[in-house]
Design a binder for this molecule. Sequence first.
Ligand SMILES: *Cc1c(COP(=O)(O)O)cnc(C)c1O
Length: 213
Amino acid sequence: MIGAQIQKLTEDLPQDVTLVAVSKTKPNSAIEEAYGIGHRDFGENKVQELCQKAEELPNDIRWHMIGHLQRNKVKYIAPFVHLIHGVDSEKLLTEINKQGAKNNRVIDVLIQLHIAEESSKFGFSYEEAEALFTNQNQFPNVRIVGLMGMATFTEDKTQIKREFETLSTFYNTWKAQKELSILSMGMSNDYPIAIASGSNMIRVGSLIFGRRN
Ligand SMILES: *Cc1c(COP(=O)(O)O)cnc(C)c1O
């Protein structure tokens, strides 16, 4: 069933859109089912769960850290993480850079921008992100490859669209100059709007794996 869900979803996606299957709270067997049909990109939002799954599952899986990341936990995922989506402070970026250096690698990250009109979501403002790009060379072991954002949790599709389009505009403004290639936005309930607004990486959980408890 999980495999069929992924196949159905990816068939309808534009070629350039990457599907990150969000497997948080789901057992290894669910991931193995998706892996079995060739899926390799999985997202988790808890460091401990991510590390445990990474240890137990095949090592060609590309692990995406999608949730809010605490600085003191970066060290656990630094050796292997494929992409960190939610970088929302300069202190966190500094720590990722430090752990990247320790592990002799350059870690790919996305800068999370605060696009939701509701106040509870993490992320940089446009101005803060701009400043961060200017100081990018202070972080040689980090590569900022794109932007990430979450829309307000609402039924109001016009609002969701407006928020995604705001992020897309920033992305298009910075893309060439800052060498960005990933715009991560869209989840189970809003990914079609996200893609229509220019997203090229969607993070989909419940639509693939079923509802979480
Ligand atoms: C859980 C989560 C998702 C996936 O949510 P679904 O609604 O299950 O698709 C996407 N992005 C982030 C940051 C999440 O925490």
